[in-house]
Design a protein around this ligand. Sequence first.
Ligand SMILES: CC(C)(COP(=O)(O)OP(=O)(O)OC[C@H]1O[C@@H](n2cnc3c(N)ncnc32)[C@H](O)[C@@H]1OP(=O)(O)O)[C@@H](O)C(=O)NCCC(=O)NCCS
Length: 320
Amino acid sequence: MKLQSVLLGTGSYLPERSVSNHELSKSLDTNHDWIVERTGIHSRHVAADDEYTSDLAVKAATRALEAANLKPSDIDMIILATSTPDNTFPATATRIQSKLGITTGFAFDIAAVCSGFVFALATADNYLKQGMAKNALVIGAETMTRILDWEDRTTAVLFGDGAGAVVLQAQGNTDKGILGNTLRTDGAGYDQLYVDGGASSTQSTGVIKMNGREVFKHAVTRLGEAVNDILEICNVEQSDIDWLVPHQANKRIIDATAKKLNLPDERVIHTGHSQANTSAASIPLALDYGIREGKIKPGQLVLCEAFAGGYAWGANIIRI
Ligand SMILES: CC(C)(COP(=O)(O)OP(=O)(O)OC[C@H]1O[C@@H](n2cnc3c(N)ncnc32)[C@H](O)[C@@H]1OP(=O)(O)O)[C@@H](O)C(=O)NCCC(=O)NCCS
């Protein structure tokens, strides 16, 4: 029987503390108007000192499980997309597994930075279709503010913390679920957006460095290609897409992709204004927002896309 990875529920969590552009401009040579005009960001959430990526993930996952009407013990696979793990190893996904009280199945992390959730969804989809698992938790969770140089105005204003999660179930005889995925990387972009530390190179965590203009150009071009690819892979017309649920790096990049799809702004989920770029967490945060707000409805077609350091980019189409 042909299996589909069906979305049973979504959940998300944002740390309590919200930091506005105005607050940031007290300690940084920047201003609200510049940040809004260039990015669309008004504020971002920042995790408390004792809040780790796994803590954010567990809260989002618990909400997703409730929405899916499943118990933690029903889950037999956890995939966490993150670039800010609790520790270099083991995989933070195993800590999430333990915090949720799950003692069976398997859990692992995926690193594709801001495209992490798109990669994680595609990975989960293939595992579920192969029958390697029945119920999957796919999570994007980040504490990006821990790897910011708070004196670098070109990056410090762009990122935030948060987590989003989805529960997927392998089901037969359904037209719902993930219709297809496209993933790409090009390591030629490695030095354009990176963290200048790591276990192997500096034995430290490092901070984000970015050539913003170069990344912007590549993001717009590559996302345009990804959109064409995913429509072809899924045999879907532009006009069939009900919602664009994009990675929330920059409103101008999102607008360019929406234009490519001929989608009016009312059909695009925007959360970046109050969350900034939460890297791998931004798509599941936006998806959960869209569903809980009653915008995204059962039966509708959703296109998710992201561009990231690496470069790594991709897209998925899901029938809700
Ligand atoms: C980062 C980004 C918003 C910058 O916007 P931009 O229009 O390209 O701006 P530039 O980098 O050309 O900088 C323009 C000027 O603003 C200044 N500037 C940069 N950050 C600033 C800030 N936070 N506040 C005020 N001024 C700032 C620059 O120093 C520069 O000044 P100069 O002209 O005197 O040298 C934009 O390049 C971008 O969004 N890039 C993609 C980022 C992204 O998507 N990253 C994640 C991918 S997952």
